[in-house]
Design a protein around this ligand. Structure first.
Ligand code: 6GU
Length: 235
């Protein structure tokens, strides 16, 4: 998979060189390219924003630098990439959306700052990209960069060969399947007793039936406590 990220803070994306995503890049599973939007400005102040038409607070990102940056990416692209614009006013990012993005051949993330990107940019590219405006949750960030870190990490671990154990994807909270719509319960490792706290006896029993039943019960209790909406009876 190829991923391009365009931002006025390319250094913000440096963590993509670490951990699981970094390994996917090193292994060649992920071709990750980060671009500085200001390289596509041509004035002395490298201006990327201006005041909003119609008035109101804040600034809006000008279309011209975005046009230049996205044209250059398209010139080196094969096929029709997906353009993902992180914005609090987009559709909500979920595990299902991560799964959807993970099968794309080429994703381009356009990180807005300020009050957002001039809407004509998304309209203009709708024929050459599949354009998607996506929010990672109901709160407001200062820019799309942190949201890109979230989305890329979520989808990179779904790429074939990225996770050591593909079953960890299957058991995830929110993964489709037997544990669907249940949060994962508590986990334990050695030692069997730590600072007076014992690992639940059932996990040491070797009885796989009892262990599975206990895990299901724990997952259900946790879901009732923190996410009753997932059970359909809490709202
Ligand atoms: Cl994707 N961007 C910004 N700026 N704020 C957000 C967001 C995205 N998702 C939730 N809040």
């Amino acid at each position: 998979m190829r991923i391009d990220v365009v931002s006025i803070f390319p250094d913000y994306l440096a963590p993509l060189g670490l951990s699981l995503v970094g390994k996917a890049v090193a292994a060649g599973t992920l071709d990750l390219r980060v671009h500085d939007l200001r390289e596509c400005t041509h004035d002395r102040h490298r201006t990327v924003d201006d005041t909003p038409y119609g008035g109101g607070p804040g600034m809006v990102m000008k279309p011209e630098p975005w046009g230049e940056a996205l044209d250059a990416i398209l010139d080196s692209a094969a096929g029709r990439p997906r353009l993902v614009v992180p914005t609090p006013s987009g559709r909500r990012f979920t595990q299902e959306v991560a799964t959807e993005l993970a099968v794309a051949e080429h994703l381009v993330f356009a990180c807005g700052r300020y009050e957002g990107i001039d809407s004509r940019v998304m309209a203009h590219y709708a024929d050459r990209f599949e354009v998607d405006e996506i929010s990672i949750g109901d709160y407001v960030l200062a820019g799309g960069e942190a949201a890109v870190l979230v989305m890329v990490e979520a989808l990179a671990r779904l790429l074939p060969g990225v996770l050591g154990n593909p079953e960890s994807v299957v058991d995830d909270s929110f993964a489709p399947g037997a544990m669907a719509a249940l949060l994962e319960g508590p986990v334990y490792t050695k030692p069997p007793e730590w600072r007076g706290l014992a690992v639940p006896e059932v996990l040491l029993s070797g009885d796989h039936g009892r262990i599975a039943a206990w895990r299901r019960e724990q997952a259900l209790a946790r879901t009732e406590r923190f996410r009753p909406d997932l059970l359909g009876d809490g709202a």
